[in-house]
Design a protein around this ligand. Structure first.
Ligand code: UDP
Length: 422
């Protein structure tokens, strides 16, 4: 490292703006990850610039989170929301704008950490143009995702090629779970350097509220059996499995049952359509009386929801990591999750919760019944979950692992940028 490169990094997250409201369409785990990593790194002495695409004229160009950490919104393509599958064509302009920003501010990012495949392409350009070293986190792998969805988008071929290229060329790939690492190796490429550094959660925030106070704050009966889902409305999240599982539970029909499905949506958008579909199923199954859909839950109120809950269910068809599981665990709440991806890493079956095969209504139902029937066991699961998160998944712990990785990469000699050597 020299004085100009000393602990400076660009986190690039083209479609996952770290400064916007979380929990709506296309704003979930990635946004939380980038913001939390950025802020934690700045506490470790890094100067952190987080780049995202501006999607509304009302958005500020620069949001300063603290003196050493800011979100910078670049104009690339129309200043409006563009679904990520349509975003590739605006990336060359994004690169141009980033280079312009560097020039105007007298900065050169020796190190970039890119998030999701779109940003990985931006990182690869910066590597070619100016020799930036690249760390990449996928957040979702096309090859895994396309196995779980019905409609394969037009951009799939491009995405798969870019995901392979970045694995083979980035200085380091950060897999957030050993399961994700296995998928990269078996399904993307045997080449490239991978480290496993998990996602984290704010252990001071999640776990700060006690159950009685949380129930009082939310007006929930102390005797109620509360089942919680938190996340975006997306068919891949498997909310339908949860709803049907609750309908089959032996607690269905008991006076005290409560199902809360938290997450934001916009009418007319894909999350709005999924919410309508889920509400349709709830009504069809006669579950409206005890089910509530409170909409988007802020990160400030979420600890209260997790604390008030008997069991948090993460029924995703696939999940590369799944922040909601560790947020609930950090809050002392047992988790029932699909037996897939990162959830197999975070949830330890029979110790911090239970795993069930994805989309298996009967298995989820049985798991819910087991936990709701035995509050003493549920409490133990919750406590073990909390210990696990404190030991393994705090943002500060994650950031210090990233800090070591970045520092090591910055010390390595710089290769000539590919464009200059051609
Ligand atoms: N989230 C939120 N409010 C909501 C719904 C979700 O703040 O109403 C947050 C949630 O707390 C978590 C993130 O969005 O931090 C979702 O991340 P996860 O990895 O579980 O799923 P993704 O959205 O990445 O698929």
């Amino acid at each position: 490292m020299n004085s100009t490169t000393d602990k400076r990094i660009a986190l690039i997250s083209v479609h996952g703006d770290p400064a916007i409201e979380i929990g709506k369409e296309e704003a979930g785990g990635q946004n939380v990850y980038v913001l939390q990593v950025g802020e934690a790194l700045s506490r470790l002495g890094w100067k952190v610039d987080m780049f995202s695409r501006k999607v509304s004229p009302d958005q500020e160009e620069i949001v300063q989170h603290n003196p050493n950490c800011r979100t910078i919104r670049l104009t690339a393509g129309p200043v409006e929301f563009v679904p990520r599958d349509n975003g590739f064509k605006y990336l060359p302009e994004f690169v141009e704008q980033l280079l312009k920003f560097q020039k105007e501010n007298g900065i050169k990012y020796e190190l970039v950490h890119t998030n999701y495949w779109l940003s990985s392409w931006v990182g690869m350009q910066l590597k070619q143009i100016q020799g930036s070293k690249q760390v990449h986190t996928y957040h979702s792998l096309g090859v895994v995702k396309y196995n779980t969805v019905e409609n394969i988008p037009v951009v799939a071929t491009k995405r798969l090629a870019v995901e392979k290229e970045v694995l083979e060329t980035a200085e380091r790939i950060v897999a957030t779970s050993p399961q994700e690492q296995d998928h990269m190796r078996s399904l993307v490429s045997p080449q490239g350097y991978i480290d496993v550094i998990p996602c984290g959660t704010d252990i001071r925030r999640f776990g700060s509220v006690d159950r009685t106070a949380a129930r009082e704050a939310l007006g929930i009966d102390p005797e109620a059996k509360v089942i919680l889902y938190v996340g975006r409305f997306d068919p891949r999240k498997g909310i339908e499995t949860l709803v049907r599982a609750v309908r089959e539970s032996k607690f269905y029909g008991s006076e005290n049952l409560k199902l809360i499905i938290g997450g934001g949506s916009t009418p007319g958008n894909s999350d709005g359509r999924e919410r309508d579909r889920i509400e349709g199923i709830i009504n069809e199954l006669g579950m409206g009386e005890f089910t509530s859909l409170p909409g988007l839950l802020s990160q400030t109120i979420l600890p209260t929801y997790y604390a008030a809950t008997d069991v948090c269910v993460v029924p995703s068809h696939y999940e590369p990591f799944g922040l909601v599981a560790i947020e609930a665990m950090s809050s002392g709440t047992p988790v029932i999750a699909s037996d897939v991806g990162g959830l197999q890493f975070t949830v330890v079956p029979e110790q911090t919760g239970l795993l069930a095969p994805p989309q298996d209504v009967a298995a989820f139902s049985k798991a819910i019944d087991r936990i709701l029937s035995d509050p003493e066991w549920a409490r133990k699961l919750g406590e073990a979950g909390q210990r696990r998160v404190i030991n393994k998944f705090s943002w500060d712990g994650v950031a210090s692992q990233l800090d070591q990785l970045y520092t090591q990469l910055l010390m390595q000699p710089v290769k000539e940028p590919a464009l200059l050597t051609k």
